[in-house]
Design a protein around this ligand. Structure first.
Ligand code: F3S
Length: 63
């Protein structure tokens, strides 16, 4: 199953991904989005929306 990954060196902590898909993306104290254990298949539309919406394009699908 494909899983999203966040390049934390590039993430600026804008929070867009978390607001679109809070089951998967969570901002932590370091102001970086982290990928939670979740049902990625069930959330795939929201994950793709987050990928498309991230202002610095730091979310990708890991195969
Ligand atoms: Fe970071 Fe992009 Fe989310 S900048 S907080 S991964 S929308």
């Amino acid at each position: 199953m494909a899983k999203p990954i966040v390049d934390e060196d590039v993430c600026i902590g804008c929070g867009t991904c978390e607001s679109i898909c809070p089951d998967v993306f969570k901002l932590t104290d370091d102001a970086k989005a982290h990928v939670q254990e979740a049902d990625y298949e069930a959330n795939k539309d929201e994950i793709q929306e987050s990928i498309d919406a991230c202002p610095v394009n730091c979310i990708t699908w890991e195969e």
